[in-house]
Design a protein around this ligand. Sequence first.
Ligand SMILES: C[S@@+](CC[C@H](N)C(=O)[O-])C[C@H]1O[C@@H](n2cnc3c(N)ncnc32)[C@H](O)[C@@H]1O
Ligand SMILES: [Zn+2]
Length: 272
Amino acid sequence: MVYNMSCFICPVCRSLLNIDGRAYRCENNHSFDISKDGYVNLLMSQQSSVKRHGDDKLMVRSRREFLEKGFYGKLQNALCNAVKSNIGYGALIADIGCGEGYYTAAVSTCADYSVSGVDISKDALKYAAKSLKNCRFAVASAFSLPYGDRSVDCILNVFAPSAYEEFSRVLKDDGVLIKAVPLSEHLWELKCAIYDEPYKNKPEIRDDELFNLVSVDELKYKIKLQSNDDIMNLFRMTPYYYKTGRKETQKLLELNELETTVHFGVEIYEKR
Ligand SMILES: C[S@@+](CC[C@H](N)C(=O)[O-])C[C@H]1O[C@@H](n2cnc3c(N)ncnc32)[C@H](O)[C@@H]1O
Ligand SMILES: [Zn+2]
């Protein structure tokens, strides 16, 4: 669905932003240009003192190339099914930490929804906004979301930081949070190929005063990577990439084939 009204709020005065030609503008005349690729930067300078903002160009390109090959297609389908069975048509969906929009794209075409995405990485949003003209994208932090209180029907949060207080603020009372997380066996063989003492992921289920866990679905299967490019692309999209030493990285550079388990959890939460 293409829509003319903006779903975003002004980061300065928090009133609604309207689309005014090539900019978003609020009633107090704060204005934010829409980039040539189609996203808007709503990240305030005081939120941007850190050097690196989310995923960089190399991580973004590696993830895009890897995902385009369909290795995580089953997760993409599972997320679309989770959205369709929990959310009515016309709903506003916010994909928080959307990256280059692989899951955002699928959700925006699986039914008639208004879909928007937020990420702190400009490099990721450049690609997302360029390729998905039917969605709205804003550079912003998950911890200071550009949505009004109780304005969003569904938050999608796939392998990205979870800002539960913000999620609870922006979700409607009957809103739903759909998360995808790595479970214990995720990428086990990849880790074994790198580390002498690999460790398993310890998933953390949230059930507290803000969110009530409704269901968790597990998805576990093996993927066969048949080139070093595929192996390195997968490695570069993980958090291990920047934490792994040269010697260990070298082990992967010498591999041309790898079969590894992928193990995802799709968690559905309702707001308390
Ligand atoms: C592992 S990637 C997942 C991207 C996408 N959801 C996917 O699965 O393809 C994590 C994403 O979270 C973003 N990110 C990291 N910190 C963030 C923050 N504080 N606010 C918003 N996004 C953030 C990164 O830039 C990156 O695009
Ligand atoms: Zn304003």
